[in-house]
Design a protein around this ligand. Structure first.
Ligand SMILES: [Fe+2]
Length: 177
């Protein structure tokens, strides 16, 4: 059945926003891409810490990304409701880890592939930024200059490949009060 435009958009959840905070008790290690998700497998891990480098346990991470073709969601491409997303709470040592695939650049753009982060811990300021990959030729000088600033929205991370051919990336996050 064909619905009037407004109704079909409503049915698709258009206009809604995925939560930005993980539920209490969310796991520290998750998979945000199923085993059959097309793309190159990647594992991202790191720690959340406070200003003195002390590990923050129970910190909330919301991470989201495009698929390998640079698409957040279908049929409507909307970064507020990304298909590949996940919620974590850091473990007692402040650690988190997620299994995913390497995202793609937005179609027909020079925008580098990236993974968005929203990080929160009570008593600390929220951190919002995105990982881009050091070897990506689309990471240009403007992004490098921006990434060098304190609390930048860009974090340029190197990727290494493990013996199974899985990309490995680390991303630690320091929060301020
Ligand atoms: Fe994005």
């Amino acid at each position: 059945m064909k619905l009037p435009l407004g109704l079909s958009l409503l049915a698709l959840g258009f206009g809604s926003q995925a939560p930005l905070i993980a539920e209490r008790g969310a796991p520290a290690r998750i998979a945000i891409a199923a085993a059959d998700e097309p793309g190159e497998r990647m594992i991202v891990a790191g720690r959340v810490m406070g200003p003195d480098g002390q590990p923050l346990s129970g910190a909330s991470l919301y991470v989201y990304q495009t698929d390998k073709d640079g698409i957040y969601s279908k049929p409507v491409n909307d970064n507020r409701t990304p298909r590949l997303r996940g919620y974590m709470r850091t473990d007692a040592l402040g650690r988190y880890e997620y299994t995913t695939i390497k995202p793609g650049s937005y179609p027909n753009t020079r925008n580098p592939a990236h993974i968005h982060y929203v990080v929160n811990a009570s008593g600390f300021r929220e951190r919002i930024f995105e990982i881009v990959f050091a070897e990506d030729p689309l990471v240009d000088q403007r992004i490098r200059d921006q990434a060098a600033r304190e609390d930048s929205v860009f974090s340029i991370r190197p990727l290494t490949r493990d013996r199974q051919g899985v990309w490995r990336c680390t991303q630690d996050i320091q929060l301020r009060r």
